[in-house]
Design a protein around this ligand. Structure first.
Ligand code: AMP
Ligand code: MG
Length: 305
């Protein structure tokens, strides 16, 4: 299915959802809007379908996928939920929080979804299109960001086509995403402690020590626009495309008012524009390391690495 070279873009209305569900049932790939970024969805219970995600993205096979579910009831079929994990799911689902939990030994999912790990990453997304799609099928959806591995994450249908046109079956077009940054990922340990593995739109306090890199996909270089990126810049060089913030004016701005939520929502669109610009280099204004600014700076550091 996914070897064909036409990628259809269909509005995320009832007909689009029904068509996407049929493609997914037969093992195909559909890019779907979520409240974070567009995800590249395949049925998580099929080895072949999950293998297509890795092939279309050029994603290394040691980088596990997030499994998207309708809610806690479906999630409990795939992971062992401690009372702490259940409380987090009840508090933040549906929403941009991914829980890394012990994978149930009887979880009927493709092995490649968890890249051989004893844990599984689960999330119940809030976006109406993704929720409608999850409700229209009877399996969970594996869905990493809908971009070639290492490239900038997509926050609209055009961004998806920029890197995956001809490599996937369909894009469900639901307009621009809201949060604009990938989900917050936390691991809930057997002792009930919570550890942040990736900062994101939600700020969840970490309650554990230890600094080992455990989210295998959290590579230093990611979100790469394909040219050098300089951070913390207040005055751009002539050959730099400047991404501004607050008082630092640029060719584009993350947020003219210095609003961090707006900056998070606009980050990838600004990086896509900088990647397309004729300038050989990119400069980015300083962004405060507070609230969702932590997640923005995390993505910017990877874009610059
Ligand atoms: P993406 O879907 O592209 O946002 O990437 C999902 C990220 O989730 C990966 O890069 C991993 O770092 C993380 N992840 C998925 N499954 C696990 C897991 N079992 N343990 C730790 N991190 C995980
Ligand atoms: Mg990604």
């Amino acid at each position: 299915m996914s070897g064909k070279n036409v990628t259809e873009v269909v509005p995320a209305g009832p007909e689009g959802i029904a068509k996407a569900a049929r493609i997914l049932e037969s093992g195909g790939l559909v890019a779907v809007p979520t409240e974070t970024v567009y995800g590249l969805a395949a049925r998580a219970d099929s080895d072949e379908a999950v293998a297509r995600i890795y092939a279309a993205k050029g994603r290394p096979d040691f980088n596990p996928l997030i499994v998207h579910v309708t809610g806690l009831a479906q999630a409990e079929a795939y992971a062992e939920f401690s009372s702490e994990a259940r409380a987090l799911a009840q508090a933040y689902w549906p929403g941009p929080l991914t829980l890394v939990l012990p994978r149930r030994t009887d979880a009927a999912l493709a092995e490649a979804v968890t890249a051989g790990l004893p844990t599984i990453a689960l999330r119940a997304p809030a976006h109406p299109a993704m929720r409608a799609l999850l409700g229209a099928v009877d399996f969970p959806l594996a869905a990493p960001s809908a971009n070639r591995s290492g490239f900038i994450s997509p926050t609209c249908a055009d961004h998806v086509l920029a890197s995956l046109d001809g490599r996937i079956d369909m894009v469900l077009d639901g307009g621009a995403t809201m949060a604009g940054l990938e989900s917050t990922i936390v691991a809930v340990r057997a002792d009930g402690s919570v550890e942040e593995l990736r900062p994101g739109p939600l700020q969840i306090a970490s309650r554990a020590a230890g600094g080992a890199i455990e989210a295998p996909g959290q590579l230093a270089s990611h979100y790469a626009p394909g040219k050098p990126v300089r951070l913390g810049v207040t005055l751009a060089d002539k050959d730099e495309f400047m991404i501004g913030f607050g008082p630092v004016v640029g060719d584009v701005t993350l947020s003219a008012h210095g609003d961090l939520d707006e900056a998070a929502a606009r980050l990838y669109a600004c990086l896509h524009e900088a990647a397309r610009a004729h300038h050989p280099r990119i400069a980015v204004a300083p962004v405060p390391e507070e609230g969702v600014g932590r997640a923005i700076n995390d993505r910017l550091r990877r874009a610059a690495a």
